[in-house]
Design a protein around this ligand. Sequence first.
Ligand code: 13P
Ligand code: SF4
Length: 324
Amino acid sequence: MTALLHWYCILPSPPMIAALSIADEILELKCQRRAILLAHHYQSPEIQELADVIGDSLELARKARDFDGEAIAFCGVWFMAETAKVLNPNRVVVVPDREASCSLVESCPVEPIRAFRQEHPDHVIVSYINTSIEVKAESDILCTSRNAVKVVNSIPPEKPILFLPDRNLGNYVKRQTGRENMQIWQGSCMVHATFPARRLIEAKIEHPEALVVAHPECPEPVLALADFVGSTSAIIEWCAASDAAEFIVMTESGVNYSLRRQAPGKQFYYVANENCNCSECPYMKLNTLEKLRDCLLTLEPRVELSEEIMRRALVPLDRMLAVK
Ligand code: 13P
Ligand code: SF4
């Protein structure tokens, strides 16, 4: 049974009101709007600092369902906010920046998925949560990086699968489950798919004691060098529980905020990818404190979805949430 997340207020003390900082304004608006602030691990530290909940995409989807306020300010990317809206059709869901998309969403338009469905009615369509609401509505079940192996294992072995859109996660799940009857869409994450194994090897030479943790959106040669593969939250939990003192982290560097809190005193090294020569998601980093304040003030940009699409997307989403 998940505990209900209570909306709550922290107001700036009266002497500070004369010179409200943006953070104070956000806390005050959050209170006025009876809003909760959900933040993905890839958000900037100043946003995570103000969040009621910080989590991976599965945790945030669960938390979005279990709270008693009126609005959700979703500090993450648009598809995550759409998921929160499907689970909260009567609540207002806002995102600081409407352009906060995801290269996986962009790599998977709905038309070819509809065509595939028509041509292969026997296939189970397993969609990663990093998809548009339209693609979710065409899917049989969703998954996140945290539960993808369990979701695929929950499907009868004789049923053929189309896994979409992330090829690296799909291939990882295929290796973990030994599932042969699985077709994989060829989408990729612009951050993780461009981490070169060569740079990871250089980092390992520089830090020979460090263990390697990696997100399953990384390419196979990177995952082959990892001591642990998991979702953002799973990586943080694993590093905190490990006896090791140093880690090379193959995911977006926003996880550093929770790693430093949950594993104080340990060392974390980040490898730059070949796309931006950094380890930051450009979509996630579109959200800023100023935009967060403005979206709480205006309640825009707001996720608006038709009842029909929410009803259809809820079916595969509920199936995923039921997988233990
Ligand atoms: P998590 O489900 O691990 O939070 O991953 C989301 C994501 O977008 C990874 O790039
Ligand atoms: Fe999408 Fe990659 Fe950014 Fe995650 S890190 S939101 S998968 S582009």
